[in-house]
Design a protein around this ligand. Sequence first.
Ligand SMILES: [Zn+2]
Length: 417
Amino acid sequence: MEVATRKPKRGCMFCGTKLHHTLVDLGMSPLCESYVSEDKLNQMEPFYPLHAYVCEKCFLVQLDEYVSAADIFTEYAYFSSYADSWVQHMKNYTDMIVPRLGLTKDSFVVEVASNDGYLLQHFVNRGIPVLGIEPAANVAKVAVEKGIPTLVRFFGCDTAKELAAEKKQADLIAGANVLAQVPDVNDFVKGLEILLKAKGVITIEFPHLMRLMEENQFDTIYHEHFSYFSLISAEKIFEAHGLTIFDVDEIPTHGGSLRIYARHAGDASHPVTPKLTELHDREIKAGFMRLDRYSTFTEQVNETKRKLLEFLISAKREGKSIAGYGAPGKGNTLLNFCGIRTDFIDYTVDRNTYKQGKFLPGTHIPILTPDTIRKTKPDYLFILPWNFKDEIMEQQAYIREWGGKFVVPIPEVKVFE
Ligand SMILES: [Zn+2]
């Protein structure tokens, strides 16, 4: 049946082509980091469309612009240092990149979206000069207190030009967990090019669209993530701004990410690696340059939702109690899209004190302290940040004392005894 659908307000973020093709429409959803305090529970809450499109020309997957970046990122609840495995990931990155690029106390490292300094602290410990750039003032303050110089700004061409004029071009520009959140990808990537020394290297990590689609990770789509990249779409964007992606690592973070390595197009010191060519070819073979590859995703997402609801309904009919673990952004997309509230999940817990005592946006599931689990002994612990499931199952292994089991919703609902 032909149904009327929402028309996007603007063209493709990268190439300007009019957006016609839906990847998936997740309906109306609140901003996923807008935790609700108790005194606001009776007030109206803004919901925005959560509708992802794919550009028919460059195949960049993106949201239409519903909410401005300034509204989202100036007071951000995500402190990177709360996840142990993320901190370890960044330590491993430093151990790899410092010798690979021969970085010394004479080098200069810049991180865009430096958060609370979780990455740059490892360079500071090695005596390598750094600068963090972070738009969320509350998070940047934590970094500065740790002794990491941090500029409270959004990164783009303007910031890059100012730093370049002050002779602060970088030997290494790092970015993890930032490219997807950039509202103007052209301004951001051009800014990288301006800030990079002639022989410098950029490494950027982002969730891999191929993994998102193959493993039903639709809950990683939220308003804070404006775009979703394949290697191919990233290559096109970097190339348009005078940069060449010459190497790539496939890494496990966020359910499967890419770490790309880029340099100035004219810099011959880093040749393109066979690993890069292999992944580029693999994406083409998998159809990421064809529209029909994208058209089946909606049904895949709907089926994931049905299976999850089937599990929850039968668990509740058997009289089981279910508690959540974690209050990540992705959990809010999942719970709102699936209509899961306190009718299924009594409460969730989070180690982040900023979130404790608040309620999840939209679903109003209360966020309590982790020790609540031991007190209430739920039959199931529903892990919302499934990308950290191994770490969480290890930390919370004691639920087995009363026969508690773990539930992981993605790629499809699965119980771990
Ligand atoms: Zn496009």
